[in-house]
Design a protein around this ligand. Sequence first.
Ligand SMILES: NC(=O)c1ccc[n+]([C@@H]2O[C@H](COP(=O)([O-])OP(=O)(O)OC[C@H]3O[C@@H](n4cnc5c(N)ncnc54)[C@H](O)[C@@H]3O)[C@@H](O)[C@H]2O)c1
Length: 327
Amino acid sequence: MTWLITGGAGYIGAHVARAMTDAGERVVVLDNVTSGVPDRLPEAISLVEGSALDADLVRRVCADHEVTGVVHLAAHKQVGESVEKPELYYRENVGGLATLLEAVAAAGVRRFVFSSSAAVYGNPDTDLITESTPCAPVNPYGETKLAGEWLVRAAGRAHGMATVCLRYFNVAGAARPELADIGVFNVIPMVFDRLTRGESPRIFGDDYPTPDGTCIRDYIHVADLAEAHLAAARRLARPDAHGDLTLNIGTGQGVSVRELIDVIAEVSGDRTPALVEPRRPGDAPRAVASSALAEKELGWAATRGVREMVASAWAGWCLRHPGAPAK
Ligand SMILES: NC(=O)c1ccc[n+]([C@@H]2O[C@H](COP(=O)([O-])OP(=O)(O)OC[C@H]3O[C@@H](n4cnc5c(N)ncnc54)[C@H](O)[C@@H]3O)[C@@H](O)[C@H]2O)c1
């Protein structure tokens, strides 16, 4: 099989493209490099610069590279921006997905992996989120991921395409420092950013109903996430692959913001005490995945711990911020 990876020059996409190539899969990347970085990919991986929403280009790439499966990561992913620009998010994440599905189905593709997100659940009040926990997204980004899943399943049924939707929880870390996330949208880079500026990390609320009062999340190492994509691709490559799967991709382990900041202090050597600020609206006290279904269906489970994840993210941060506090 040859896999088309959209968004493969992005943070997660580059990890997926490398993990799949390293495992012997044939891969071609399509990325418009709006937030992607071509240097994340080795020369051995073909990169086509262009949009996954350009149906003619997608058809051409599928024909030129004899593509038989797609891993679709290209998307806009900032929650705050999605609140300000819902039309952009629906156009790119849902409308763009419809164009892509039509083009690849016409090109004969019958295997499709879709990047979804824990944002589809909103803020459920449960200890462990399973795939049957009701979906109730609380922002346009999460809505577009949920609508995307519906569309992927419907297109799968219409075209006889086997599909897997992967709902990622909080992704962090890097398999190599140069592959680290360059955005400052998630808690780990936000804390790094504050420390590098000589400021205290911030905790939004320490009066939640959790053991230390701070919010609990499920942090998944991006290298584990990349392996989940490889497992999904292998599952879809079976000759008898059919139907659709929707799977949580997390660790099942909750880590509080306070615990995370303690690990960051250990790893960075910067023990600047955190500042507690008021709660942010919309933050759930706890969001932890059950990944039992992914383990059963894909034979996949996360193996890397939070310290390894933070240390790898810190190495990537230091590469781009030579002024970061030395250990
Ligand atoms: N990072 C996370 O914590 C997280 C969590 C859940 C889900 N996701 C999903 O994972 C996917 C990848 O996220 P990421 O963190 O790697 O983001 P990223 O911004 O680093 O990567 C997205 C990539 O897609 C490319 N792209 C965007 N629009 C495109 C288009 N129209 N055509 C071709 N390429 C296009 C960008 O250039 C970039 O390389 C997204 O679908 C995102 O919603 C990410």
